[in-house]
Design a protein. Structure first.
Length: 340
């Protein structure tokens, strides 16, 4: 049974008609270039961060994804620049995907508190798979129930793919409202290992936005005096479409300085009337005066796969914002988006 599952999995990886999708992160705003290249330099300071996701840990095989990034904002040129390194690995098929990209954004001021960020990202992509374990359908003798030859013997394709890609995005925001649009894989890179130009990664479109409401402030006693404690509540959405698949995330984030509590629902039925409810996501974030932020989220599976079988998903984000300014000043500009 395990061998049959392995063969089916490989066929899904190699199939020329299969539709491939990007890794889904739950903390998109803590993974800014994954959401929208226009977020480069959005802190107006220097920022570094890492993200790690463990998908379905209850399964025998692992699905791991990670991202590391850094960005900087230049007031002189009103621009943000950044670099991002990301990857994903599936242990069952021993397939890996990695990417390194450079990001640039430009900030246009449209009014006293209205801005438009325009961003783009150029990347180099790498996809690798170990074909020494591959068993093709032509090697199966169904009548005798045996495998003809050795694993990997019948494969003649390339086990490594190297290509370039381009992403782009826009982000408009005011004091309490934001709306963004991003498009990934504009070059539709090749993803088939068997035939050239037979299967390409579809463009992923995303529309994200929301609104933040300021609540009555509190006070934090720092042993010398009281400082304002920000309290706010924000609601947001993130609609994604890639190939034949689409999905809508809706969520809320409560900021009770220095804590952030968030809740997302990922799903909603598609136009094909297929079940698309995937998970409920709970998030807890902590901000430190040093500029260090830490976030943890857990995806509770509500799909047919089930929580018991999948084990949900764990995700961790860590970032640090460098500042030479007054340490009591907020590490975030007036951009009202989610922090995680």
């Amino acid at each position: 049974m395990t061998r049959i599952c392995f063969i089916i999995s490989i066929l899904l990886v190699l199939g020329t008609k299969a539709q491939s999708q990007d890794v889904q992160y739950s903390q998109f705003y803590a993974n800014p270039f994954y959401l929208n290249p226009a977020l480069a330099g959005s802190t107006e300071l220097t920022r570094v961060g890492v993200n790690f996701r463990n998908q379905w840990p209850a399964l025998d095989q692992s699905f791991i994804a990670y991202t590391a990034y850094a960005d900087y904002f230049s007031e002189k040129y009103n621009s943000g620049i950044g670099i991002v390194i990301s990857g994903a690995k599936e242990s069952f098929t021993q397939s890996t995907t990695s990417e390194i990209g450079l990001v640039y954004s430009y900030r246009l001021r449209l009014g006293e508190k209205r801005y438009l960020h325009v961003g783009a990202q150029g990347s180099l992509l790498s996809r690798d798979v170990l074909f020494d374990q591959v068993i093709l359908g032509t090697q199966l003798d169904i009548d005798k129930g045996v495998i003809v030859g050795e694993p990997g013997q019948g494969f003649t394709g390339d086990s490594q793919l190297r290509t370039g890609d381009i992403n782009a995005g826009l982000l408009y925001y005011e004091e309490k409202f934001w709306l963004g649009f991003s498009a990934f894989h504009l070059l539709e890179p090749q993803i088939s290992y068997l035939e050239v130009n037979s299967n390409r990664l579809p463009i992923k479109y995303s529309v994200q936005g929301g609104m933040r409401f300021n609540l009555a402030p509190g006070y934090i006693n720092d042993f010398f005096n009281n400082t304002d404690q920000e309290r706010s509540l924000a609601f947001a959405f993130n609609y994604k479409k890639q190939g034949a698949f689409d999905q809508l995330d809706i969520g809320a984030e409560f900021y009770f300085e220095p804590l952030i509590i968030g809740l997302w629902y990922r799903g909603l039925p598609t136009k094909y009337n297929l079940p698309n409810s995937e998970s409920l996501i709970g998030l807890l974030g902590v901000e430190f005066d040093s500029g260090l932020d830490f976030g943890y989220s857990y995806d509770f599976s509500i799909s047919k796969l089930g929580q018991r079988v999948s084990g949900g998903a764990h995700e961790v984000s860590v970032r640090y914002v460098f500042s030479t300014k007054d340490p009591r000043k907020k590490y975030y500009p007036e951009l009202p988006t989610f922090r995680y």
